[in-house]
Design a protein around this ligand. Structure first.
Ligand code: UT7
Length: 330
């Protein structure tokens, strides 16, 4: 806890995650697309992306439902009850409703009332953005115990007639408890956006006059996103290392956005990190957008790979175009 003399830091004290029960293999996707007259293959998906499975929610299950389960697991890991929480930040691009925020809906599902709760929208960089905001609020003294969540139901916005995107994404949620601490914790953060690239990854629809105007489905120029991603992820990694006065050699783990194993491995190689220090869940989860980083983090923590005191680099990249990194001592 912070003393009146010491500096205030934030530190992750618990992680949790949630995947919906319906698991679809690449073979399931091949069959689903074949029924629409569209050809794809397990070989293509694995070779180009590393993805083998993804999870889809059932009708009636929303981002806040996945988030609530992930938060309960994170609170349990931190040894806390929900009433200890005084801030909820949810990163999502697939909110339950246009408004109110998924964070408000989640707060009610957790049975706590009154604390600050809001959503952050930075697509696949959302969790890194949300963690940066929560860290800043804790350091500023505006909060002491935050739930920071990434939660998505991307299956709801996929165009199953577009094989270049629908095989890539899945649903899920991940959460961390971020608490005030006398020792770090979060060492450095670095966020960016470049709105010139709005069109390369977007859901261009909007609501007007009681109707959806434009397409409510995801569209992506995959190669354009790929090219931008490999460059900016290295830049963001180097930026947080410099801010924290650390080097690549200090990194124990890299937990990047889980979109494509080729992008993830390329980042690890540029940082001279052995590939066994790269946390990868993209094979089993697919791309869960804002949920991918906290999901991968929780899996690695529960496997006993990431341990207390390890230095971990989290990285996000996606629509906006947005990107960023968080360097932390776990
Ligand atoms: O989460 C936000 C961040 N998102 C990302 O990081 C995604 C970044 N982009 C990527 O991961 C890759 O660009 C993709 C996986 C989306 C695509 O891989 P690619 O190696 O860039 O392939 P491509 O788009 O250049 O397509 C190569 C070929 C094309 O055929 P032709 O034109 O060469 O005959 C596509 O039509 O692969 C074809 N193709 C497919 N074939 C079988 C595209 N999708 C499929 C498919 N099954 N599902």
């Amino acid at each position: 806890m912070t003393t009146s003399h010491g500096p205030r830091f934030s530190r992750i004290t618990g992680t949790g995650s949630c995947l919906p029960p319906r698991k679809l293999s690449n073979a399931d996707m091949v069959a689903m697309l074949a029924a629409r007259g569209i050809e794809t293959s397990d070989e293509w998906i694995v070779e180009r992306t590393g993805i083998r499975n993804r999870y889809f929610v059932a009708d009636g299950c929303n981002s806040s439902d996945l988030a609530a389960t992930a938060c309960r697991h994170a609170l349990e890991a931190a040894g806390l009850k929900a009433d200890a929480v005084d801030l909820i930040v949810v990163a999502t691009s697939t909110p339950d409703m246009v408004f109110p925020s998924t964070a408000s809906i989640l707060q009610n599902k957790l049975g706590v009332h009154g604390c600050a709760a809001f959503d952050v929208q930075a697509v696949c960089s959302g969790f890194v953005y949300a963690l940066t905001v929560a860290d800043a609020m804790i350091k500023a003294g505006s909060a002491r115990c935050a739930l920071v969540v990434g939660a998505e139901v991307f299956s709801r916005i996929l165009n199953f007639d577009d094989r270049t995107t629908c095989v890539l994404f899945g649903d899920g949620a991940g959460a961390v408890v971020l608490q005030e601490s006398a020792v770090p914790g979060i060492l450095a953060t670095d966020l960016h956006a470049d709105g010139r690239h709005v069109g390369i990854l977007c859901v261009p629809g909007s609501v007007a006059g009681g109707q959806v105007t434009g397409s409510p489905l995801l569209t992506m120029d995959g190669p354009a996103v790929f090219k931008l991603a490999v460059g900016v992820l290295e830049d963001a990694a180097r930026a947080v290392l410099k801010k924290a006065e650390r080097t690549e050699a200090d990194l124990d783990w890299l937990v990047p956005h889980q979109a494509n194993i080729r992008i993830m491995q390329s980042t690890a190689r540029k940082l001279r990190l052995p590939l066994d220090k790269l946390i990868s869940t993209v094979d089993d989860h697919g791309n869960t957008s804002a949920a991918s980083v906290p999901l991968a983090l929780d899996v690695a923590v529960r496997q006993g790979r990431i341990q207390r005191g390890d230095t971990v680099l989290l990285e996000g990249v996606g629509g906006g175009f947005t990107w960023g990194a968080v360097l932390l001592d776990f």
